[in-house]
Design a protein around this ligand. Structure first.
Ligand SMILES: NC(=O)c1ccc[n+]([C@@H]2O[C@H](COP(=O)([O-])OP(=O)(O)OC[C@H]3O[C@@H](n4cnc5c(N)ncnc54)[C@H](OP(=O)(O)O)[C@@H]3O)[C@@H](O)[C@H]2O)c1
Length: 302
């Protein structure tokens, strides 16, 4: 089987609450533009190209898509593209969105939502995605302070039936514990990858022990963050990639999946060939020696 035909099922499955997903999913942040994301002057991506990537992802077995209402460029919105490409949605598709951050109509960042403003953000996602409830909503926060009031507001929306399951993003272990005292948390979405935030290892372990999915972002982009993958790669990663006849991005994705069965990948791309390669990374099995070499890169940090 070539990397163009490997199905996301090869990565295995995980259950978010009661929703089963393949461990290789797709992040939609790259779709509204080419180049850097989340900037007011982003260059809109061709609509048909973005829609093609989403439909190809589904063909390749992806059934977990990460999005947000604040993923937009002047002419494209990730949620609108998902709706246009995929509605009526496949029964097994799980769309996870996130609330908290906010951008004004011109794309500039504005103050994060207060607890009272979260309902409006949830409804914005419902309208854009064309759904009556959201499968998973992550509360994306800044800083290490209390999230209780905002998470409590989302728990009420869950009780009201607008949301099936809750997650949290950009958090520390104390904030996970704080949220869990309010309502079940099905996933934690934090930055993590080879050499990227080795301090997250403890939270990855805690999530595994508690049956909470850990969903890394920037696993490929790493310090390139919103600007994307920077090019240039550690020799150890290149050596593992060569041994398997794959690219370094696939090694980075596979490494995250080897951190535990609860780790779910959501690589982002607007390139159909990259999409197929990323999905195929779910079939990549790294040896103990390879994992040890990659661990030393991870320990060194970026
Ligand atoms: N919770 C949060 O705060 C948060 C923050 C950021 C992102 N996220 C979510 O996490 C997802 C993943 O993050 P991300 O999209 O920024 O980063 P990523 O998946 O780590 O990397 C994306 C970057 O890598 C490139 N890339 C992807 N696959 C490649 C391949 N096979 N070969 C070479 N280059 C490749 C992409 O460019 P091409 O388009 O050219 O492939 C893009 O520049 C996002 O889409 C979003 O849904 C969440």
């Amino acid at each position: 089987m070539t990397s163009q035909t490997i199905n996301a099922a090869a990565a295995g499955t995980w259950t978010l609450g009661d929703l089963a997903v393949h461990r290789i999913g797709f992040g939609a942040m790259r779709l509204p533009q080419t180049g850097e994301a989340l900037v007011p002057d982003a260059v809109p991506r061709d609509r048909d190209e973005a829609i093609g990537v989403l439909r190809r992802a589904i063909e390749l077995g992806v059934n977990h898509i990460d999005t947000a209402a604040f993923y937009f460029s002047p002419l494209r919105s990730a949620n609108e593209l998902i709706n246009r490409a995929l509605a009526p949605y496949p029964d097994d598709l799980v769309i996870a969105t996130k609330v908290g951050p906010a951008r004004g109509p011109s794309g500039e960042w504005v103050t994060h939502a207060t607890a009272g403003q979260l309902r409006g953000q949830v409804e914005e996602n419902l309208r854009q995605l064309g759904r009556d409830h959201l499968d998973v909503v992550n509360l994306r926060i800044l800083g290490t302070g209390s999230l209780a009031e905002r998470f409590g507001a989302l728990a009420e929306l869950r009780d009201a039936g607008l949301i099936r399951h809750l997650g949290i993003s950009n958090v520390i272990p104390a904030q996970l514990a704080e949220a869990q005292a309010i309502a079940p948390v099905v996933c934690v979405q934090n930055p993590y990858g080879i050499g990227m935030r080795p301090d997250q290892d403890e939270l990855v372990r805690i999530c595994g022990e508690q049956g909470v999915a850990f969903v890394p972002f920037y696993a490929i982009a790493a310090t390139g963050r919103e600007a994307g993958a920077a090019g240039g790669e550690h020799p150890e990663i290149l050596a593992v990639a060569r041994a398997h006849g794959v690219g370094p991005a696939q090694v980075r994705i596979a490494w995250t999946l080897h951190r535990g069965p609860h780790v779910l990948a959501i690589p982002g791309t607007g390139n159909p060939d990259h999409l197929a390669s990323n999905v195929s990374a779910g079939a990549l099995r790294l040896s103990e020696d390879e994992l040890a070499a990659l661990e030393s890169v991870h320990r060194r940090g970026l």
